[in-house]
Design a protein around this ligand. Structure first.
Ligand code: FAD
Ligand code: NAP
Length: 537
């Protein structure tokens, strides 16, 4: 039961964020009879799928996999309409889950957590919101998302632009009508690649400002075949189980051969077959594509041909072909992206030749050229993995601030908790597979680990849990060692924090779902090895 301690309400757990992580966390803690509350900055649930309402937004992992598996009834009764569901359908799904499991009354919306301070003497966290609310809680769970803090580039004059500026990650709920407008889109990551084909359909003129080209493969999205759905649902649980043994926790039809175990012709046929199916599974064509630069080069050459074939103007095509290793920035999945450049009203500005100088009223200035527009779309991504957590003033034991602790890069044991901040958990935090996996299963795995841990603590009367610095350091080192065996650190990606000015460059996600799960299970089996558990004293 909640009680009032002076100005503070006291509950068992505060969960920050009402995306898929926060929703499931609340469900799990309520199952234990705990009083937990979700606090969400937005006015509704869904997280990513609440905020990213730009045209064309949809998942790039097939929906039959990008969905919860914790309830067999839920996964049997829910029907996705397309292979890759739209943002709207995924948001409806999130709302359905919340209502189906009666979770809405445990959520506070339009409220942002601004501070979490640990009171060592009380083993409590003091949580403050921007609405003036103060809560004392034993546990804090950061379900704040890996891609939830939009990255606003520091372009001079942007704030003073005389035309509307939209960020894909904070898109207006009522939508935007670009009919008869001249639109400038800054960025060529997944958000731009999904949105520009639809913006191009409406706009009078579209100018895309590209700093680094990305690799994209067609989605070949389609309505789901009812026979395929019923066949998969007849063995859904088993299928999900199989996916835990796969590198990215997703069914990408992984081939366990090296790209060089086959002849050039065989490799080419395999690439053609993967291309014809479309989607992220391309990268699983061979087991060394993201580990061996020479293998990676074979895929790069193939992509170069495919991209070039989709663009009529050879000089333009050349600008659209990346030179970075394939996969070191997340592979994009598109519907008719490259084809927009064959239209007369679409143009590309290569910022490698000259960066954006400033925004001057209604013009994006590149060198002396004024690109006049009626609207600017920032498809400039996110302060990934750490941005949302670091946005909160978090003070742990002995006055240690998370901002100081993570100044040289995030440190977290298994991406689940960070030393010096007892009873504070991270869902898909840095050092966990998170963004290098199918995120919904990864979220479920983290939520279950955390809720099992809390249940264990209560059963054994432990008042606090805190990672040991030694274990944490060893894990962070291991995360980096594994990353160095791959092509992932090989370019300026958001995985490394390179997209945000002044952010330290550290490779943040852990590569490999199966070894990660194994490690998490070993830690628990050994009595939470690497964690310090404090008794009731
Ligand atoms: P989020 O959904 O990001 O939710 C976090 C919530 O926390 C947000 O609603 C935010 O408002 C809230 N919050 C943050 N800070 C505070 C605070 N201080 N106070 C209160 N509330 C706060 N992953 C895949 O695996 N497959 C995909 O196909 C895929 N597609 C994606 C498409 C887009 C456009 C984007 C941006 C990401 C995509 N992702 C995808 C990654 C996606 O973020 C995750 O799959 C998943 O939705 C994350 O859920 P979450 O609950 O962890 O975080
Ligand atoms: P992103 O991949 O980080 O792309 C941002 C783009 O903006 C990049 O092209 C970047 O260029 C550019 N940019 C940033 N600052 C700039 C500046 N000052 N001047 C010019 N260009 C600038 O962000 P995103 O497209 O939003 O995607 C982020 C992640 O979200 C994805 O990788 C994916 O994990 C997820 N996502 C998934 C989907 C999906 O298909 N389901 C859709 C959207 C997002 P540089 O590369 O040079 O930094």
């Amino acid at each position: 039961m909640s009680k009032t301690d002076k100005d503070y309400k006291t509950i068992d757990a505060v969960i920050v964020g009402a995306g898929f992580a926060g929703i499931y966390m609340l469900y799990k803690l309520r199952q234990q009879g705990l009083e937990a509350r979700v606090i969400e900055a937005g006015s509704g649930v869904g997280g990513t799928w609440y905020w990213n309402r730009y045209p064309g937004a949809r998942c790039d992992i097939p929906s039959m996999q990008y969905s919860y598996q914790f309830s067999e009834d839920l996964q049997q009764e829910w029907d996705w309409s397309e292979k890759y569901a739209t943002q709207g359908e995924i948001l409806t799904y999130a709302e359905h889950v919340v209502d189906r499991f009666g979770l809405r009354d445990g959520m506070t919306f339009n409220s942002k957590v601004i501070a979490c301070h640990y009171l060592s003497g009380e083993d409590q966290w003091q949580v403050k919101t921007d609405q003036g609310e103060q809560i004392k809680t034993r546990f804090v769970i950061m379900a704040t998302g890996c891609l939830s803090k939009p990255n606003y580039p520091s372009i001079q004059g942007l704030r003073e632009a005389s035309v509307p500026v939209y960020h894909t990650g904070q898109w207006p709920h009522e939508g935007v009508d670009f009919t008869n407008m001249r639109v400038g889109v800054i960025g060529t990551g997944s958000s731009a690649i999904q949105s520009t084909p639809l913006i191009a359909k409406q706009a009078k003129a579209l100018t895309v400002f590209q700093r680094t080209p990305n690799y994209s493969i067609p989605a070949y999205n389609e309505p789901l075949d009812p026979d395929y759905v019923s066949q998969l649902k007849s063995r859904y649980a088993e299928y999900r189980q199989e996916n835990w043994t796969r590198g990215f926790g997703a069914d990408f039809d992984e081939n366990d051969q090296s790209a060089f175990e086959v002849s050039d012709d065989q490799r080419r046929s395999a690439y053609e077959a993967r291309w014809a199916k479309g989607g992220l599974a391309f990268l699983a064509a061979y087991n060394d594509l993201v580990f061996d630069m020479k293998a990676n080069d074979t895929a790069r050459e193939f992509f170069k041909e495919k991209i070039t074939a989709r663009v009529d103007n050879p000089a333009l095509a050349e600008k659209l072909v990346p030179t970075t290793p394939i996969g070191c920035k997340r592979l994009c999945v598109d519907t008719d992206y490259y084809e927009i450049y064959n239209k007369d009203h679409v143009s590309l500005v290569d910022l490698n030749e000259e960066p954006i100088g400033c925004i001057d009223g209604d013009a994006i200035m590149v060198g002396a050229i004024r690109h006049e527009v009626d609207a600017i779309v920032l498809a400039t991504g996110f302060d990934a993995m750490t941005g949302a957590v670091m946005n909160i003033d978090i003070i742990g034991e002995s006055g240690l601030s998370l901002e100081d602790k993570w100044a040289e890069g995030p440190k977290a044991y298994l991406g689940l908790a960070t030393a010096g901040f007892p009873n504070l958990f991270l869902v898909t935090g840095p050092g966990s597979p998170s963004v290098l996996s199918n995120m919904l299963p990864s979220i479920e795995q983290h939520v279950e680990w955390i809720s099992d841990c809390i249940e264990y603590m209560n059963r054994n009367q432990y008042r606090a849990i805190n990672p040991e610095t030694r274990a944490e350091d060893a894990w962070v080192e291991h995360v980096n060692e594994v990353a160095q065996t791959s092509v992932y650190p090989g370019c300026n990606s958001w995985y490394l924090g390179a997209n945000v000015e002044g952010k330290s460059r550290v490779f943040m996600p852990y590569l490999g779902v199966p070894p990660y799960i194994e490690k998490c299970e070993e830690v628990v089996a050994a009595g939470y090895e690497g964690f310090q558990l404090m008794g009731t004293s």
